[in-house]
Design a protein around this ligand. Sequence first.
Ligand code: F6P
Length: 341
Amino acid sequence: MSVVGVLTAGGDCPGLNAVIRGVVARADERDSEVVGIRNGWEGLMHGTTVSLDRDAVRGILTRGGTILGTSRMDPYVHGDGYKSCEKTIKANGIDSLVVIGGDGTLRSALQLSQEGLSIVGVPKTIDNDISGTDITFGFDTAVGIATEAIDRLATTAEAHNRVIVVEVMGRTKGWIATYAGIAGGADAIIIPEHEYSIDEIVATLRRRHRKGIKYSIVVVAEGVAPPPGYEPIEQKKDAFGFDRLGGVAYPIAAAIEDGTGFETRVSVLGHVQRGGTPSAYDRVLATRLGVGAADLAVDGASGVMVAVRSEQIVPVPLSEAVDSIRGVPDSLFATAASFFG
Ligand code: F6P
């Protein structure tokens, strides 16, 4: 019988609990025990754990957040790498650790595996920007929420002849903006991967209004730069030194209003995209990834993560996940741009 540890680290994401449930169910089938680590790497460094059996994960499939808690603490930033985790690993007899996290978490997981700890990663982020996998769980849910918001904002924009600038999450990439923008029929989409000109956007919106369509929806990814001459919103840092993004829609809306003369309002969607129940697609994907990760962990694999490649769940080296961040391809953005204005 082997013991599998599991932790969730970094920002939360719809589907985390479905992954945990998948790990526990498959480990149980394979006669292995699961130890849950509380609050990400913090729990591994401080020895806060909980035993997870099938009863402990009953009813969590549909729940947002993570029953284990999460944090942005990192064993290489706030500790001494493997040495900071060794006590908890040994005390709980953990043979293999399933780490559910984004690129920063997976980078630390790779380092720990290089120090000799058996680790299987599960890529997680609503931003959909992790390399090595075709898609991450949580993204579909976030796109669904953003699309519903755009649908709702479009009707009020139309009723009042307004432009509404909708800001979505995504950090340095524009996956959520591009998908939700296409799904919601956006009149312009601004993402970090694609240079934008506020003059072109102004011209597009004016053309649209001249045709008699007197409202517009502009979708903005939070990671874009403000237009030249417009001040960025002051960016604070969180407790772990990460930039807190959000608010670039305000200078963009000001530039659009100045350029068009049309009343322009802002809606920053923020954490509503990350909270709550996962979509059916994400429940299935997260379950498959959890089951796949448990199989790899029990089989003794290490230094790999479970990934989606052509609809299949496959192991890929963790190094592939941390090499680079995956951006929106030009061809996808060009498809979105065909519908601007
Ligand atoms: O990476 C996921 C994400 O939701 C980003 O889209 C966003 O910028 C960030 O996390 C927000 O993190 P926090 O909740 O720590 O502010």
